[in-house]
Design a protein. Structure first.
Length: 316
């Protein structure tokens, strides 16, 4: 197993580190082998008119990068296909240029209204069919050699609620080095009744039991949790209106999403055994933090928990 921390190339993340050497020293000291990078334009607050593209981020060297998380679009099924191809090829080409071992791609369809109301307009199979077709078009004819790992969310698409649907997607994607990125927190959001992390581990193990041989296709784990079922229930008990103004709308939607999906350390006693059961190639501590200090604290919690796994990380 290889252990990564997540980072973006946006100003909020890169401003925490003084240099590439400082960044490397930081993640090494907190138990990580490398980085999973989401390539975003970097806007210096002093110069918002001239974005710095991800490939010009001097903080991140190719030797640090294990994975690249595509800047995935949630509401895409009715969008222009050529525009979507250009959007994702940019990230995939960045991954190739960086020598990444894997990329992460969300398989989901959700618009702002659905995220607010939980009233969905598409069935899982409809999204999976469209996603497989798009993924095939995106990857065919390209000379990529990284793992293409499809990630679950709690919206329509890949959510690991049905082994039959999981297999349906896998069988329809033609790319040879295909697999799944299991986001533990995202899966927990499919059950609003979970109260404790221990219940979350049990729920995940029940999913793994049901998936049987498909577990071997889980090549990566985004290890994080947030138990926010009570928040969602409270949210859905009252009516919420989406703002008309696009910038206000964007902020309101993401404020809501981050209250659901907090990306905090998964520290239940049963987590190491669950990780060992899956035996993934990659484990990414995927956290949302407000400072370098908080990120270090979160990483240390994960490092201590998975110490035995890390001692045996070359088992695969």
């Amino acid at each position: 197993m290889k252990f990564q921390m997540n980072i973006t190339t946006s100003y909020d993340d890169v401003c925490r580190f003084f240099s590439a050497d400082d960044l490397k020293s930081f993640y090494k000291s907190h138990g990580c082998d490398g980085l999973e990078v989401m390539p975003l334009d970097n806007y210096d607050p002093a110069d918002l008119e001239h974005p710095i593209p991800p490939e010009e981020c001097s903080l991140i060297r190719s030797s640090m990068v294990r994975g690249v998380h595509c800047c995935c679009l949630g509401d895409w099924m009715d969008k222009d296909r050529e525009e979507l191809i250009r959007h994702y090829r940019k990230d995939l080409d960045y991954a190739k240029w960086m020598g990444a071992e894997y990329v992460v791609f969300h398989v989901v369809q959700v618009n702002d209204e659905e995220g607010f109301t939980y009233v969905m307009q598409h069935e899982d199979r409809e999204v999976l069919t469209a996603a497989a077709s798009f993924i095939n078009e995106l990857l065919e004819g390209q000379d990529y050699d990284f793992w293409f790992l499809m990630e679950n969310l709690w919206w329509p698409g890949l959510n690991f609620l049905s082994p039959e649907d999981t297999r349906y997607l896998l069988e329809r994607v033609h790319y040879e080095k295909k697999g799944f990125m299991l986001d533990t927190g995202h899966f927990l959001h499919t059950n609003l009744d979970l109260k404790t992390q221990e219940e979350g581990v049990d729920y995940l193990n029940q999913m793994l039991d049901a998936h049987g041989d498909l577990v071997s296709y889980i090549k990566g784990i985004h290890l994080q949790q947030s138990l926010t079922g009570d928040y969602v229930k409270e949210w859905l008990s009252t009516r919420h209106e989406l703002p008309e103004d696009p910038s206000e709308r964007f902020c309101k939607v993401y404020e809501h999403i981050f209250k659901i999906d907090k990306h905090e350390p998964f520290t239940a006693e049963g987590v190491p055994a669950m990780v060992q059961r899956i035996q993934p190639l990659y484990v990414t501590y995927e956290y949302i933090t407000r400072s370098r200090e908080e990120l270090g604290k979160y990483l240390d919690q994960g490092k201590i928990l998975l110490m035995d796994c890390q001692k045996n990380k070359n088992v695969l």
